[in-house]
Ligand binder design. Structure first.
Ligand code: PLP
Length: 393
């Protein structure tokens, strides 16, 4: 089976991890701050806080922005559940803004309309999390302008968009947000096995996130309101967690980072090739905004509306023929946990329609052109099968 995504581990990565294994510090050593500085350098943000997952990064980002009971967090339904769950970790509530039918990203015009309604009902969100679906940045300029107008904070979920660019600047520079979150899960652009990062330009937010990722404990006298009793002293000044990244992971991340641009370039080449090869078929290929560079984490094709009822059959056909397809995403508001909170099908029709017709096909840097040709041929064959069945039942 050709997988939908796959990490690329080379000898340099292995040696970087082994070097840490032979060193004194498996965790809390020098590799974590090295990786943070390297990612700050790459994105142009002031601070990077490495943690054990993007999920943890989302949690400490919400905490640093003081999300709590009575507050609302808004995000897109077209994401992984973690993007919404972070609000519930803080005992806040979640609502969703539907997607743009072309980019599948949170729609700024739908956000604007929903904000106007929320303002009159006095339930404006404290935080909005745009998700850069498939690696293509949301329209951050428009979302940022709305944040100025309505007074909400912005966390970018850039789990798909490590190495992407928006208006010629790296995603993660936080030009239009308070905090940007990255994921380094193996299916993402570069990996630390598990791992995440929160980028920010705000020193106060950086200090808070550093505190929350490590028990709420500090050794920095400037953050304490009591005298230190001696050099051994540390103070717990908040309630935090153990969300630390290990030095093994940071060393892997540092080694992977040297190939990030190559990976993104290769993903874009392969995606462009998919566009070309599928152009004459019935498959609907994703639209790409040419003012930005997507990291191309996912390549999502859609079925024409008339064939959407056959999605399961087509999906099975592809898997049966060795093409490891997937679906991104089941709209979060239709998950049982969220339906128990009062959301339901029909609430966000663009994301629901997108979900019913979407199939993510394999895309990763080490995919060969022969594999890609095989995938395209199988995709075309799948639709031919279904159409023949329809005409000769
Ligand atoms: C992968 C992913 C996450 C969670 O990342 P982890 O590092 O696995 O916690 C969150 N949001 C989106 C959009 C993702 O794709």
């Amino acid at each position: 089976m050709i997988p939908y995504g796959r990490q690329d581990i080379i000898q340099d990565d292995i040696e970087a991890v082994i070097a840490v294994l032979r060193s004194d510090s498996l965790t809390q050593g020098p590799k974590v701050p090295d990786f943070e500085r390297a990612m700050a350098g790459y994105t142009g943000a002031e601070y990077g806080l490495a943690v054990n997952s993007a999920t943890s990064a989302l949690h400490i980002a919400c905490m640093a922005l003081d999300l709590g009971p009575g507050d609302w967090l808004w995000t897109t339904p077209n994401t992984f559940v973690a993007t919404a769950n972070c609000a519930h970790y803080c005992n806040a509530q979640v609502d969703f803004v539907d997607i743009d039918p072309d980019t599948y990203n949170l729609s700024p015009s739908k956000l604007a309309a929903k904000l106007e309604r929320a303002k009159s009902e006095n339930r404006l969100p404290k935080i909005v999390i745009p998700v850069h679906f498939s690696g293509q940045s949301c329209n951050m300029k428009a979302i940022h302008a709305l944040s100025q107008q309505y007074g909400f904070r912005i966390i970018e979920d850039a789990s798909h968009a490590v190495g992407a660019k928006y208006l010629d600047k790296p995603v993660g520079c936080c030009q239009f947000s308070d905090i940007t979150v990255f994921s380094f899960h193996p299916v993402k652009i570069i990996t630390t096995a598990e791992g995440g990062l929160a980028m920010t330009n705000d020193q106060d937010l950086a200090n808070k996130m550093a505190l929350y990722r490590s028990h709420g404990v500090t050794r920095d006298p400037r953050l304490m309101d009591e005298e230190m009793e001696g050099v051994w002293d540390y103070k717990q000044i908040a309630l935090g967690f153990n969300y630390r990244m290990t030095d093994l992971q940071a060393a892997l991340g540092l080694s992977q980072l040297t190939r990030l641009d190559t990976y993104v370039a290769r993903r874009n080449e392969l995606a462009q090739r998919y566009d070309d090869l599928l152009r004459e078929s019935l498959w609907i290929t994703p639209k790409q905004d040419d003012r930005q560079t997507s990291a191309r984490h996912l390549y999502v094709v859609r079925l024409p509306k008339a064939l959407s009822c056959h999605r399961a059959k087509i999906f099975e056909f592809l898997r049966d023929h060795g093409v490891g397809v997937n679906v991104h995403y089941i709209p979060v508001h239709t998950q049982p946990y969220y339906r128990r909170k009062g959301l339901d099908y029909g609430d966000l029709s663009t994301s629901e329609d997108f979900y019913r017709r979407a199939i993510s096909i394999p895309l990763y840097p080490k995919m060969t052109l022969a594999e890609q040709d095989f995938i395209v041929a199988t995709l075309i064959e799948a639709l031919t099968e279904i159409r023949d069945e329809k005409h000769h039942p």
